[in-house]
Design a protein around this ligand. Structure first.
Ligand code: GAR
Length: 204
């Protein structure tokens, strides 16, 4: 039985695409039953449509406050039958109440090697700090942002002359490898798809 999952996005949805592609493989232990975007013009909605996955926009500005927005998210996820939630470039901070409802069943991908560089503009911050190894992290979501238990990480080299955009592109490739891996490890640790090291070093 494939585990039903919901994916929450706000933008391009390239990580959503990586999950769609993984779920299309016969032995992969998950199936995406819903995509929610916080923006109605997110390209990720088109990716969902192309893959025949139910998708909808739930916009913050249509609700009076964060509690009401998160209640709408929660209701839509419950109605879909999803049992696990994957945040994939979802750029809204969730309320503690919402996070607690899904704690242990909600994952996020973050573009840095946590606990370094929480928040936004991680690639710029990494370059400013002068680090030579950067990367990405899949972690459980807890009420404190970018701080939940780490499930998988991948490291990439910072190259001389890198701009934040160049570094972001390299990290994104690593994100696409580890998100499907981390999800498989969470929902079916015994599956072959999960039987790769939780830590990957790419391009070093
Ligand atoms: C990814 O780099 C993801 O790690 C990041 O947004 C990008 C979304 O790209 N997420 C965060 O910064 C969350 N704080 P995508 O829409 O192409 O998957």
């Amino acid at each position: 039985m494939k585990k039903p999952i919901a994916v929450l996005i706000s933008g391009s949805g390239s990580n959503l695409q990586a999950l769609i592609d993984a779920c299309a493989k016969p032995g992969y232990p998950a199936k995406i039953v819903l995509v929610i975007s916080s923006k109605d013009d997110a390209y990720g909605l088109k990716r969902a449509e192309a893959a025949h996955i139910p998708a909808q926009a739930i916009r913050y500005k249509d609700y009076p406050d964060r509690d009401a927005f998160d209640a709408a998210l929660h209701a839509a996820i419950l109605a879909s039958g999803a049992e696990v939630v994957c945040l994939a470039g979802f750029m809204r901070i969730l309320t503690a109440g919402f996070v607690e409802k899904w704690q242990g069943r909600m994952l996020n991908i973050h573009p840095s090697l946590l606990p370094l560089f929480k928040g936004t503009d991680t690639h710029k911050a990494a370059l400013l700090a002068g680090i030579k190894i950067h990367g990405c992290t899949v972690h459980y979501v807890t009420p404190e942002m970018d701080s939940g238990p780490i499930i998988a990480q991948a490291a990439v080299r910072v190259m001389p002359g890198d701009t934040p955009q160049m570094l972001a592109a390299r990290v994104l490739e690593a994100e696409h490898l580890i998100y499907p891996l981390a999800l498989a490890r969470v929902i079916a640790p015994e599956s072959p798809q999960a039987a790769v090291s939780a830590t990957m070093v790419i391009g070093i």
